[in-house]
Write a protein of this length. Structure first.
Length: 374
């Protein structure tokens, strides 16, 4: 989900994969609320999607890392990263926080009932845990990952060194987070504790970019077969990961709940490749590319549905229908389609009139000038 301008030519499959990933985010948050109401089928679907959909975002972010950006002086690099990540993080945290004054919402870190609750939420948000807009935790962690990579790449310059470093970091990060619950202790500062764990997916994206695999011309038959095989691997392995988890019996990175040391990355990589190969196999329609290019806006807008719409809609659904795999899938799919359709005009407005606040800090908009100079 990298929107910093670089000279690198865009690869359509990456933009399409971003949109597919956003579909999974919307679906996952919708089915999550049904799961909270005690639905077994919803819990299975939730575990399936969460076994790979957030690692997929780090994987895709790695595929678009530009050497030109990494060669910038530290100060300039931080301006770009913070302008592209921190600005929308704060903007939507403020937006959802203000809306909570007028619209009843669901806030899992604590109901926003008084000034003390809001002050606590502000403190958490400023330390990297977005209490007012929970989905933005990914943005907080991505900031930490990108800064970490900028520093690491000064030392680890060869692909083999990068791969070995990522594997070692993953194992160390896994052990560290199993031994100490940073989130429960209120010490998940900008999710630095999760950086070594998710860095393996980020590094994998960088490596396939460096080796030129994204630009190779594969037939749609081969990519289609590969996509199906990867999907089959996810189906066969996602439930083999039996923990240990935290609070929810599924992979939930925001809680440092990864589960099995081996099955977590295995299934996550299989799912990531499934989406990437599916993106290369399917049609490259203009609207798919547009939504993928503006996936950051979609990601931020998801907070509105997560806090204000999904919980109430799930209660209506659970009180109206039998909760079978079929009905849960149909409901979650319909809600995902409706939610994304509602986002289209908002995405257009945000990216047209406020592009510098939506991941493109060096771009001039019709209302405001660039936040930083290129």
């Amino acid at each position: 989900m990298n929107h910093i301008q670089t000279s690198r030519e865009r690869i359509p499959a990456i933009d399409i994969a971003r949109f597919y990933a956003m579909v999974l985010v919307y679906y996952g948050h919708i089915v999550e609320q049904v799961m909270y109401l005690g639905s077994g089928p919803a819990a299975v679907q939730y575990k399936f999607i969460y076994s790979f959909h957030m690692p997929l975002f780090f994987f895709l972010s790695g595929t678009v890392v530009a050497d030109r950006k990494l060669a910038l002086p530290l100060g300039r690099f931080l301006k770009l990263i913070l302008g592209a990540r921190l600005v929308p993080y704060l903007l939507f945290s403020i937006l959802v926080g203000v809306l909570s004054f007028f619209i009843p919402g669901w806030f899992p870190l604590g109901a926003l009932t008084d000034a003390a609750a809001y002050l606590k939420g502000i403190a958490k948000t400023l330390t990297g845990f977005p209490a007012f807009c929970i989905p933005l935790w990914f943005m907080a962690l991505l900031i930490s990952v990108e800064i970490f990579h900028y520093l690491l790449i000064k030392i680890v310059t060869r692909p083999l060194m990068l791969a070995c470093s990522a594997a070692i970091l993953y194992c160390g990060g896994y052990v560290l987070n199993e031994a100490y619950n940073f989130v429960a202790q209120g010490q998940a500062f900008w999710f630095i504790n999760e950086v070594p764990v998710v860095y393996c997916f980020y590094a994998a994206g960088i490596l396939i970019q460096r080796f030129g695999w994204l630009g190779r011309d594969f037939s749609k038959l081969k990519t289609g077969i590969g996509s199906i095989l990867c999907l089959l691997l996810v189906f066969l392995t996602f439930d083999l990961n039996q923990g240990p988890f935290r609070i929810i019996q599924a992979v939930v990175i925001v809680l440092s709940g990864h589960g099995n040391l081996f099955f977590f990355p295995f299934t996550a990589f299989a799912g990531s490749l499934f989406i990437l190969l599916a993106a290369r196999t399917g049609p490259a329609w203009t609207w798919l590319l547009y939504m993928g290019k503006n996936s950051l806006s979609l990601f931020c807008l998801n907070g509105l549905f997560y806090h204000f719409i999904n919980p109430g809609a799930a209660k209506w659904f659970a009180g109206t229908f039998d909760l079978t795999h079929g009905t849960v899938f149909a409901y979650s799919s319909a809600m995902t389609l409706i939610s994304l359709a509602l986002c289209v005009p908002l995405v257009y407005l945000l990216t047209t009139f406020l592009p510098q606040f939506m991941g493109k800090p060096a771009k001039k908009g019709p209302i405001f000038g660039p936040l930083i100079r290129s």
